[in-house]
Write a protein that binds this ligand. Structure first.
Ligand SMILES: CCCCC/C=C/C(=O)SCCNC(=O)CCNC(=O)[C@H](O)C(C)(C)COP(=O)(O)OP(=O)(O)OC[C@H]1O[C@@H](n2cnc3c(N)ncnc32)[C@H](O)[C@@H]1OP(=O)(O)O
Length: 396
């Protein structure tokens, strides 16, 4: 554990790569202002540092780095600490951002900080004032888009530049979206991705957001989140369809066993590299995969990380049907629109007849997989894999 703790200490990030609130957890953010402010007063600056803690929306890593750099410049002046080593990538990113401000005067930095926080607060306010269509509560960030049309509620993963990797916020938003979709007047619910990927699985930077309770607390809360997330798929009451628009990795693959239909473009691949990541299967795949494809094919995927093409996944029963990429969207949506016109109550009841017998078992398996993963997340094998990816040394 000492090795893990050491690496985690380097991974730990209080503003650059984690939640918005962590911007405020730098020791340096304890105020010790000196000198008069010329354009933004000391009071404005203090208010702004408090306002940052109240932002409702994660401003993203780039903005967090800017805030960090401006804060340091405003309170300490030009960067005056040694450059961190190349492997200490988080502190190096922070150092780079601060150092890039050169000899910017403290007063200007203070003013820019106040301006930046004001603009973030304004956009955060306007995003929660938007009245959602069809009385739907909108997700907490743009990373998830929920729409309803033609009797279909579509939940779209919308982080194409990150291959739709799932942030902690997105897990929560997907759960809320599923809860609402389960109760709305649509007949079918679809999960899909925006961009060239369907989803690259868990966002590995989630591991860098360590709470005050340390890595054990992080692993514990991660396991609770995972269990709750997968429970929503087990319990989803109406037909749930995955429109797999590109490659799928990790948890986005394992939960496919809980969908009622999986349509895939022939460009999609299905990859569960848990051993490579020092992790273990989740999403009830330790049960659904052997059941659908037999234990040995499931082992190739879940233990040895064999990546399946869409056609192979279809042969194994993980995918319902594969479509040529050029006609994928058109063919799939025509099909789904026709299905959505079928009597919704009959579809809902038929789904429940098919699925309900297994529900209790699936919940127990989900709880067990989540517990096992909690242990795995504390292992050196897992931490090494995450560090390798985040330091850009490894890709799947
Ligand atoms: C609480 C619930 C936990 C549930 C447990 C879940 C487990 C899992 O899901 S395990 C699977 C985790 N996923 C991965 O290990 C995938 C890691 N990503 C990759 O290996 C590659 O990015 C790729 C193969 C998915 C795509 O490679 P490529 O086409 O070369 O694209 P880039 O690597 O340049 O990616 C663009 C951009 O996106 C970032 N990114 C992609 N995937 C993730 C990810 N899973 N987590 C964090 N970031 C990811 C990537 O770092 C690039 O970012 P920039 O460098 O900033 O552009």
């Amino acid at each position: 554990m000492a090795g893990v703790a050491g690496r985690l200490a380097r991974l730990r990030c209080s503003g650059a790569l984690s939640s918005p609130l962590q911007v405020t957890r730098f020791p340096a953010l304890q105020l010790h202002l000196c000198g008069p402010a010329m354009r933004a007063s000391q009071k404005d600056f203090e208010n702004a540092t408090n306002q940052v803690k109240l932002l409702k929306k994660d401003p993203g890593n780039e903005v967090k780095l800017k805030l960090y750099a401006l804060y340091k410049q405003a309170t300490e002046g030009p960067c005056n600490v040694p450059k961190p080593g190349v492997l200490d990538f988080i502190n190096k990113a922070k150092w780079d951002a601060w150092n890039a401000l050169g000899s910017l005067p403290k007063e200007t930095a203070r003013h820019n900080y106040v301006d930046l926080v004001a603009s973030l607060s304004a956009s955060s306010e306007s995003s929660i004032q938007v009245t959602p269509a069809a009385d739907r509560k909108q997700p907490g960030s743009d990373a998830l888009v929920v729409t309803s049309q033609d009797g279909i509620t579509t939940i779209t993963l919308n982080r194409p530049d990150k291959k739709n990797a799932l942030t902690t916020q997105m897990y929560h938003d997907i759960m809320l979206a599923l809860e609402a979709a389960g109760k709305d007047d649509s007949a079918i619910t679809v999960l899909t991705g925006n961009g060239d990927y369907y989803c690259s699985g868990n966002d590995l930077t989630n591991f860098t957001d360590i709470p005050p309770g340390g890595v054990e607390e992080k692993a514990r809360s991660g396991a609770v989140l995972l269990r709750d997330f997968v429970d929503c798929f087990i319990d989803f009451p109406k037909p749930l369809v995955a429109v797999v628009n590109g490659p799928a990795v990790g948890i986005s693959v394992t939960i496919l066993g809980l969908f009622d239909i999986v349509y895939a473009t022939d460009r999609a691949t299905f990859h569960t590299p848990f051993s490579h990541l020092g992790q273990s299967p989740e999403g009830c795949s330790s049960y659904t995969f052997p059941k659908m494809m037999g234990p040995s094919k499931a082992t190739e995927m879940l233990v040895f990380g064999k990546k399946l093409t869409a056609r192979e996944a279809c042969t194994q029963g993980l995918v319902t049907e594969v479509f040529p990429d050029s006609t994928f969207q058109k063919e799939v949506w025509v099909r789904l629109k026709a299905y959505s016109k079928l009597p919704p109550n009959a579809m809902r009841i038929s789904k429940q007849v098919i699925r309900n017998t297994e529900k209790e078992k699936l919940h127990a398996i989900n709880a067990e997989e989540s517990n096992i993963l909690r242990e795995r997340w504390l292992s050196d094998e897992c931490m090494n894999a995450v560090v390798s990816f985040l330091s850009k040394k490894a890709k799947l």
